[in-house]
Write a protein that binds this ligand. Structure first.
Ligand SMILES: [Zn+2]
Length: 71
């Protein structure tokens, strides 16, 4: 383990992850990117729901044993 081992104070991603960076508050760039993309969830929620439904529809059209796996 590195001597300067660090984890994000929000999501606990470690600094051993490639291309991760931390701000002066200890929050990683992945958390900051998430904030930028989803900070106004009420305005974009319908659009995101439609995007998700379209993904499900595309999966269903493949007619496989399972439609999709949602983690
Ligand atoms: Zn984080």
């Amino acid at each position: 383990m590195k001597n300067n081992y660090q984890r994000c104070i929000r999501c606990i991603l470690p600094n051993t992850l490639p291309v991760i960076e931390f701000d002066d508050q200890g929050v990683c760039n992945y958390c900051r990117d998430y904030e930028k993309s989803y900070h106004d969830w009420d305005k974009i929620s319908e659009q995101k729901q439609n995007e998700f439904k379209n993904l499900l529809q595309a999966a269903r059209k493949k007619r496989r044993a399972y439609d999709c796996l949602v983690p």
